[in-house]
Design a protein around this ligand. Structure first.
Ligand code: SF4
Ligand code: SF4
Length: 197
């Protein structure tokens, strides 16, 4: 007998009601990210698979819960949204098909627009390194991102324990690999840099 598709299966679960505290934030993030984060039922798969969870103040599943509760100040000021590198590990593993990485991305944009304090110093440098890795390889190569970020900031020993733990758990690939159609990615980035000037 064939297995039911994830999308069909997810409809069996009730969505958590958004609280009256800040429905606007939830609606805005849902529209920007295009994903139904209110379906999150706290299985923690996203947190267990996230390679950066140990450096975050809240794991990704807690961010989903805070959004459901409309906790705007907490969610826009937390370090998690800046530490997330958008690797999509969580999104690809979520049993409810929630694109958690897209939610994080939307929250970063929202935080900048709202003038919320950025929880981690130099974090925008880090994100620029992620963009460069995506431009170069078509995917985020975590080791080269970390290396270039350290070179930029001179913070060689900060978070060293996190890097060593990731290496020990084989969550860092030593050699970067390029996607096949890197030319298409290059074209996308040309448009992006043009529009962001
Ligand atoms: S994996 Fe999906 S359903 Fe599970 S806690 Fe994370 S966001 Fe929620
Ligand atoms: S996209 Fe962000 S939250 Fe998800 S696994 Fe990657 S770093 Fe963690």
């Amino acid at each position: 007998m064939s297995q039911p598709k994830l999308q069909e299966k997810s409809r069996e679960f009730p969505a958590v009601e958004i609280s009256g505290m800040n429905r606007a934030l939830a609606a805005d993030i849902r529209k920007r990210s295009g994903t139904q984060f209110q379906r999150c039922f706290q299985c923690q798969t996203c947190a267990n698979g996230c390679p950066f969870v140990q450096a975050m103040d809240y794991p990704p599943n807690v961010i989903m819960r805070m959004l459901q509760y409309g906790m705007e100040q907490e969610v826009l000021r937390c370090s998690t949204i800046w530490i997330c590198v958008g690797c999509h590990t969580c999104s690809s593993q979520c049993p409810m098909g929630i694109d958690i990485a897209a939610v994080m991305d939307s929250l970063r944009l929202k935080a900048v627009e709202a003038g919320a304090p950025i929880a981690k110093p130099n974090i925008l440098d880090f994100h620029e390194e992620v963009l460069r890795s995506l431009e170069r390889y078509g995917r985020a190569h975590k080791l080269s991102i970390m290396w270039r970020y350290k070179m930029q900031t001179g913070r060689w020993f900060s978070d060293l324990d996190v890097g060593l733990k990731m290496l020990a758990r084989r969550k860092l690939e030593l050699r970067p690999s390029r996607v096949k159609n890197i030319g298409e990615i290059t074209e996308l980035f040309k448009c992006y840099w043009r529009e962001s000037k």
